[in-house]
Design a protein around this ligand. Structure first.
Ligand code: SF4
Ligand code: SF4
Length: 149
């Protein structure tokens, strides 16, 4: 009898405690502010300096630039920008060195796919990954656009 009472005590105590389970994926998980998730890329801000690709420890960034089509402006504009998330370790180094915040980390971690090919993300995909940009990178948000956490 004492054992049953003790067991019921544990059960009732657990019933009144705060729930630790999440309704994921129906309710998105709130990640910490400093979480390093999949990058957002803004082609308008990129000056094709190549620093992100040079510092990347896994060589997973591939980019190409072209001459600025506006004859009044000097320098290059970005033409292609790809990240291979098969080997990206989300180390944050590319975003740390970027002088214009063209590439920033987000809190988005959802990368699961059925095919390895789907882990190869191009410029269009990265520039649409504008949800959950980290608070500290609010200046990177497109005007009137994305939601940050
Ligand atoms: S997070 Fe790290 S591994 Fe991934 S692209 Fe940037 S520098 Fe490379
Ligand atoms: S470091 Fe920034 S500006 Fe330079 S190429 Fe990479 S994304 Fe573009």
């Amino acid at each position: 009898m004492k054992g049953i009472m003790k067991g019921m005590g544990v059960t009732f105590k657990a019933m009144t405690q705060k729930k630790v389970t999440h309704m994921y994926p129906d309710v998105p998980l709130q990640m910490p502010d400093r979480f390093r998730g999949i990058q957002y890329f803004d082609p308008e801000k990129c000056i094709v300096c190549n620093q992100c690709a040079r510092i990347c420890p896994t060589d997973c960034i591939t980019l190409t630039g072209k001459a600025n089509p506006d004859p009044e402006k000097k320098g290059k504009v970005i033409d292609t920008y790809d990240i291979n998330f098969e080997i990206c370790i989300l180390c944050d180094l590319c975003t740390e060195v970027c002088p214009t915040e063209a590439i920033v980390m987000t809190n988005n971690f959802e990368l699961s796919a059925y095919s390895r090919d789907d882990l190869f993300k191009n410029m269009a995909w990265l520039s649409e990954n504008d949800q959950f940009i980290r608070k500290e990178n609010n200046s990177a948000l497109p005007k009137g656009g994305a939601k940050s956490t």
